[in-house]
Design a protein around this ligand. Structure first.
Ligand code: CFM
Length: 551
């Protein structure tokens, strides 16, 4: 096959061939379902893209790359915040495996500032609690935590057995808050099985943080240009780099949900004039709800890629509109890009034309394509583990998404304008003008497919078998995914970059992050070491077996 051929018909035909190669291993019923989740991209001029099936259950028996609802709630959305004390109510494994494995970092503002992240706190449920109930043990754990750590807030995170045996974490939270009114205690019904993936956990986390935390404190940070970043989790220090740039520009980042963040910043997040959304999948709910209740507009940005960073800064400056801010931002961009450009050109000379594949959770498979493009590399296939159709096809498809039973399982909050605190930050006309003149798309995300090429293969909820076929057929120069995939891919002779944890490295966001990424990718795709690797099946013939079943 020739994935490198360039006429439109060829690229589509080639991709269809690969799709068939993937599907032919499956029983007919499985193949039918997977066929709707493996799509050959074909965007038209109006950004219309083919429909993809997403956010549905993984077929039992398939080795998915997904995680669970508990991971999405506790690990992803709340995990990176340092001073909400987090108790996992469940067996010890859930607490342990969600403890810093994502490499989210934090930096308390003072040497003695509260930081619970080095601790993994769990009720360590045993058989006894599974049989007789775990609420008593949970109450004891909360009391112990209050006496030891004196936190402002405690989050309780439910694991699968909690839901199965019927422990009521919300009742426990209410009771304990009655006893300790100075502590804000709230529970999350984020049992692992609550949804088809961690995406359910994001929604559950958004709902609770919005209703129990946001709006609790009236505090404004200083500065004329105040905003929140939603959906940036400080993996490998990304938030530090973003904070550095925003500070240079003279703007005030009030809070980040939730990288390098504090409880009081969440609680007063409703006082800003703008929300910008980085990871649409994990936190679009919060942006929508804050707009409805408080009148804060939001738009999508990305700080992944030097150009994307520059573009995002320009959009934020245009929103605030002050000429001195616009000027300052341009100056910062010019200075920062100057340093990035020298490295970019050097690396591009060695990487141009090489190919990449990205299979990550919900946003990075899209965002990181920009970083690769900056050094001349092409993305040939990409997909999300758990994103929804709007992340692939754009928010314009939201009204057409069929709500299934799994989605209905997750509470959709009814949010209305706060009678005393709703304050539209811009009038309708101002918003429209900003849209028209500055190209700011409020309440919008165009999705990944519109920004990918014709013939690229888009795969939702990819599994190991499919990854192996891609490796063999495309022979990309680099594969981006996570730890579960890493060694399988590397043993197949391809470098794998972890885009979840960054493989002990980072930051990759912002300008300095882009330089880090260029250099690392350069080292990986131009290293000889992977060419010397012989996959086990190249050395020894693969053993295959079959059985006959007479029924
Ligand atoms: Fe958003 Fe994320 Fe992602 Fe995500 Fe994640 Fe992550 Fe991710 Mo791993 S919040 S959707 S649930 S950008 S932990 S920081 S890397 S799968 S692509």
């Amino acid at each position: 096959m020739s994935a490198k051929s360039n006429s439109a018909l060829d690229v589509i035909g080639d991709a269809l061939e690969i799709k068939q190669a993937i599907l032919k291993k499956y029983p007919a019923k499985v193949a039918r379902k997977r066929a709707k989740q493996i799509i050959v991209n074909n965007p038209d001029d109006g950004n219309q893209v083919p429909e993809i099936m997403a956010n549905t259950r993984t077929i039992p028996g398939i080795l998915t790359m997904r995680g669970c609802a508990y991971a999405g709630c506790k690990g992803v959305v709340l995990g990176p915040t340092r001073d909400i004390l987090q108790i996992t109510h469940g067996p010890i494994g859930c607490g342990f495996y969600s403890w810093l494995t994502r490499r989210n970092q934090t930096r308390p503002t003072t040497a003695n500032g509260t930081n619970f992240m080095p601790y993994a706190m769990s009720t360590d449920m045993q058989e006894e609690e599974i049989i007789f109930g775990g609420e008593k043990k949970l109450k004891k754990a909360i009391e112990e935590a209050i006496h030891l750590f004196h936190p402002k807030a405690i989050g309780i995170f439910s694991t699968c057995p909690v839901g199965l045996i019927g422990d009521d974490v919300h009742a426990v939270a209410r009771e304990m808050e009655g006893k300790y009114p100075e502590v804000n205690i709230f529970g999350f019904s984020c049992e692992g099985y609550k949804g088809v993936s961690q995406s359910a956990g994001h929604h559950i986390a958004n709902n609770k943080v919005f209703s129990e935390v946001v709006g609790q404190i009236e505090m404004q940070k200083e500065g004329a240009y105040r905003f929140n970043i939603l959906g940036e989790y400080n993996i490998g220090g990304d938030a530090f780099e973003i904070e550095r740039i925003i500070e240079r520009c003279g703007m005030t980042l009030h809070s980040t949900f939730s990288g390098n963040s504090e409880y009081e910043e969440f609680a007063s997040a409703h006082t800003v004039d703008l929300n910008v959304v980085m990871c649409h999948r994990s936190i679009n709910y919060m942006a929508e709800m804050m707009e409805k209740r408080y009148g804060i507009p939001w738009f999508k940005i990305s700080f992944i890629g030097a150009e994307a960073t520059a573009k995002s800064l320009r959009k934020i400056a245009a929103y605030f509109g002050a000429p001195e801010l616009v000027k300052k931002v341009e100056k910062v961009i010019a200075e920062e890009i100057y340093h990035v450009e020298a490295v970019r050109q050097e690396v591009e000379a060695r990487c141009k034309g090489k190919t990449a594949m990205l299979f990550v959770g919900g946003s990075r498979a899209h965002h990181y394509q920009e970083l690769f493009a900056e050094i001349g590399m092409k993305t040939v296939s990409a997909g999300y583990e758990f994103a929804h159709r709007d992340d692939y096809e754009g928010r314009k498809v939201l009204p057409n998404i069929v709500v299934d039973a799994d989605t209905r399982n997750i509470e959709e909050l009814t949010v209305e304008a706060d009678p005393s605190r709703y304050r539209p930050r811009r009038s309708e006309e101002e918003l429209q003008q900003l849209e028209k003149q500055m190209g700011i798309g409020f309440n919008d995300y165009v999705g990944m497919m519109a920004e990918m090429k014709k013939g690229d293969l888009i795969i939702d909820d990819i599994n190991h078998h499919e990854a192996e076929v891609l490796m063999e057929k495309y022979k990309p120069d680099i594969f981006c995914a996570g730890i579960k995939e890493k060694y399988v891919i590397q043993k197949g002779g391809l470098p794998l970059k972890q885009l979840h944890s960054y493989d002990y490295s980072g930051p990759y966001a912002g300008f300095r992050g882009a330089v880090n990424f260029y250099r690392e990718i350069d080292r990986m795709v131009n290293s000889n070491v992977f060419r010397f690797i012989k996959a086990p099946w190249q050395k020894k013939p693969e053993l295959t077996g079959s059985y006959t079943c007479n029924s």
